[in-house]
Design a protein around this ligand. Structure first.
Ligand SMILES: [Fe+2]
Ligand SMILES: [Fe+2]
Length: 374
């Protein structure tokens, strides 16, 4: 009986793989339908099929399967443009350049603790990665190579190490916050008021930063071991901290994002000044063009501007969250988000500003409904 079930399972998997191969081929011209057909088509396994293995079928699956990708690169982005991710902002070139480096003064004890932890974490990471931001002497005659040798500049590998490590950490808080708020909603049987989605969107957005920069460099086993250890420690610590004080955790993330905006601003400045020559005129990765809806001839510089805009969004949203009553207030950004001229030039909404923003959102929605009813 068990053996028969296993045979049916194997045959069902094989049939499903073949359907997907077929759907993928059709999908080259009709991607949306291809995606649906792979998930909605369901044929029961043949009840009296002989359990004979067919090497021809196996070879076909092995050579054309879109399921098995040894490098774990998804086939979806090349088939479906744009709608394979959660909501995220898409910026105009002006918006991307409207981002400023800002800092929120830490006034309360928990704010000071959150800021101190971020500064400590940054210091620790700088020591481990042997990085120290040094101002280049004015009118220095040193070449880029000499500046790198003297520790004034990071080379492209150094930038990628910093960015990749930071993005593996940055993707954690949104997922932890969403998980805990989801569990609270289930446990207390009450609505969440829109926070879960924004937290999930942030987590995915950070992971997309990582996926984008991963296309530029593969990581060594030592680097991966460092990430493994850091994730194990950071995930559990943040999980416990969020149970104790969600507000302090959003403030912590707000400060972390201040550092991210600063890091990318320095990277942009170096790149525009020709101090990362390996990246001058480097084309944007395909995944980034798709995700941020960039023009086909976009450069890596455009991608870094878009990433910095995202970090500015996280900075604004998390500092604004930390100004709310996290257990009872609605998420002011559940229905819409301010544009980058607000998020890039203002550190956060105070609670009263969030309340006004929600009131505005409701007025806009009422107006839309009236217009559609008319
Ligand atoms: Fe990021
Ligand atoms: Fe971020």
């Amino acid at each position: 009986m068990l053996r028969t079930s296993l045979i049916h399972l194997v045959l069902a998997q094989r049939n499903a793989a073949l359907r997907i191969v077929g759907a993928s081929i059709v999908g080259a011209s009709r991607p949306r339908r291809a995606l649906m057909s792979t998930t909605s088509t369901s044929t029961p396994p043949p009840k009296s099929a002989a359990p004979s293995a067919s090497p021809g079928v196996d070879q076909l699956i092995a050579s054309t399967s879109q399921l098995k990708k040894p490098d774990a690169v998804s086939t979806v982005p090349t088939m479906v443009r744009g709608d394979w991710v959660l909501f995220h902002p898409v910026y105009t070139p002006e918006e991307m350049r409207a981002v400023q480096v800002l800092h929120k003064d830490a006034k309360t004890i928990s704010d000071k603790l959150a800021y101190g932890l971020v500064k400590f974490a940054r210091y620790g990471f700088d020591v481990v990665s042997r990085y120290k931001h040094k101002e280049i002497p004015p009118a220095s005659p040193m070449t880029v190579e000499e500046l790198r040798k003297e520790g004034y500049l990071l080379d492209e590998k150094g930038w990628l190490n910093r960015i990749l490590f930071l993005e593996t950490i940055a993707g954690v808080p949104g997922m932890v916050a969403a998980t805990l708020r989801h569990l609270t909603s289930l446990r207390l049987m009450r609505r969440d008021s829109g926070w879960i989605h924004t937290c999930l969107e942030e987590a995915e957005n950070e992971r997309m930063h990582l996926m984008t920069f991963m296309t530029l460099r593969d990581s060594s086993i030592w680097f991966r071991a460092l990430i493994l250890g850091a994730q194990g420690v950071f995930y559990n610590m943040f999980f416990l901290a969020y149970i104790i004080s969600p507000r302090a955790c959003h403030r912590f993330v707000g400060y972390l994002e201040e550092e991210a905006v600063l890091t990318y601003t320095r990277c942009i400045a170096d790149l525009e000044a020709g101090k990362i020559p390996e990246w001058t005129d480097k084309p944007a990765p395909e995944i980034a063009i798709d995700y941020w809806r960039l023009p086909a001839d976009a450069k890596l510089l455009d991608v870094i501007y878009a990433v910095r805009s995202d970090e500015s969004t996280h900075r604004f949203v998390n500092h604004s969250f930390a100004n709310l009553e996290v257990a009872t207030d609605v998420n002011p950004f559940a229905l819409r988000e301010p544009d980058m001229h607000v998020k890039g030039g203002k550190i956060a909404f105070e609670r009263s500003e969030s309340e006004n923003y929600v009131r505005e959102s409701h007025a806009i929605m009422r107006q839309k409904k009236e217009n559609s009813d008319a």
